[in-house]
Design a protein around this ligand. Sequence first.
Ligand SMILES: Nc1ncnc2c1ncn2[C@@H]1O[C@H](COP(=O)(O)OP(=O)(O)O)[C@@H](O)[C@H]1O
Ligand SMILES: C[C@@](O)(CCOP(=O)(O)OP(=O)(O)O)CC(=O)O
Length: 472
Amino acid sequence: MSQPHHHTPTPTAVSAPGKVFLAGGYLVLDRGYTGLIFGLDARIHVAIEPIRTKSGVSLSEIIVRSPQFREATWEYGYRLTEAGGGIAVYGLRASHDSKQSKNPFIETTLTYALTYISTLQPDTPIAPSSISILADQAYYSNPGTPLSPTTTSPFLVFPTPLTSAHKTGLGSSAALVTSFTAALLSYYLPPSLFTLSSPSGKLILHNLAQAAHCAAQGKVGSGFDIASAVYGSCLYRRFTPSLLSALPSPGDSGFAGALAALVAGGTQWDTEIAQQKVKMPRGLRLVMCDVDCGSQTPGMVKQVLKWRAENAEDAERLWGEIQKGNDGFAEELTRLATEGEGVVEGAAGKYGKLAEILERNRVLIREMSVKSGVPIEPPQQTKLLDACKALDGVVGGVVPGAGGYDAIVLLVEDRDEVVERLRKFLDAWKGTAEEGEGVTIGKVGILGVREDMVGVRSEDPEGYKEWQAVGA
Ligand SMILES: Nc1ncnc2c1ncn2[C@@H]1O[C@H](COP(=O)(O)OP(=O)(O)O)[C@@H](O)[C@H]1O
Ligand SMILES: C[C@@](O)(CCOP(=O)(O)OP(=O)(O)O)CC(=O)O
């Protein structure tokens, strides 16, 4: 008798993009407001294949490797727990290799994805597999080298363990959790149960990746980074936090059933993701700048929310004005993108309204900064943004996401000479200590990324062979 869903896994690869949060930081934590997020052309790839066994002995084992980094192999065993607690995943060999650090994002994502898969295919054992993770260069500022002198692969080898990687803040964990989840679902499930390219497949992936990412982070954030890893550039309204906080923990009785209901219906998600409301006009692009800085301020979110709670009236007005500015910004980008070629004004006139909206938003963000006492756009970043904005071809810029000292993002005319001019200017830029600021910004570098509209996508598994062979 043939099984209804008999499926032989074949090598599979998926990638998901990083993000830059352009407008709506802090506001997006509240469902009453939205965030405007651009996906980037820096992606994290996950390739999965049947396990390569040395001895021919097949073990219940999943091996995960990040072959760009040292000491980045994690080996897991897995078994079905009782009382619907889902699939338990446990690290193997950890005690023999003290150098090996845990990777909670991988362990949690495996637990959530394998549990979901087992609820759909309760009679199909999960076959062993080997999984490789590859990240585009822009995620880390460490210097890297090609895998071999003749390789055509874009990924670089970094001579450090992952714990020493200098992250550039593009959202590596969300892109990883999303592509890792998508790879597992695509590999283990037949197309009748999961297809990445379909709207229902994307929704399943989004819901499952949100649950896994929250659990791995140990907190329920707004989820904007998972949304953009799945859907690419979008206007995002978050889900009600209790949707996820009410989920039992892995191993608890009923975890598997509750997860399945949460992921594939039975539980109503109220997330709103509008891809069509975010566009980049032809002739413009984003430039991301990484700012070297001595320290970062922890607890920024907590402090902003505390100020908001204690100053409800003032905060509501400010939040409302920022939201209006953000809506206006999205509308103007869309208008310019869809209005097409007929515009005859010079660039300054053409992008004048966009520049004005960005400036007005910065005024409001500085008000938020000053009133809450949180360095969202601190004085040194104001100086840097103002100086960049004065350059020919730069429409404007903001501090992305939560703000702080570590990055700025600029909207510029998409011409090589504009980026070159900016690069020369930033090379010579020196931050000066401002009174009351404990931090002085150092070198400002341009990251090799730009916006990209495409979210998660399948990749050709052939492209990862040389990396899968490293150390295997
Ligand atoms: N290339 C990679 N291989 C394996 N794990 C990775 C990789 N990149 C990121 N991670 C995981 O994501 C974590 C970083 O997440 P986080 O600190 O939230 O940074 P980010 O802001 O980039 O998401 C790492 O500690 C690691 O567990
Ligand atoms: C404050 C926020 O609204 C936006 C933070 O955006 P960032 O892009 O700064 O975030 P990280 O990638 O986690 O560093 C918090 C949230 O929405 O979760």
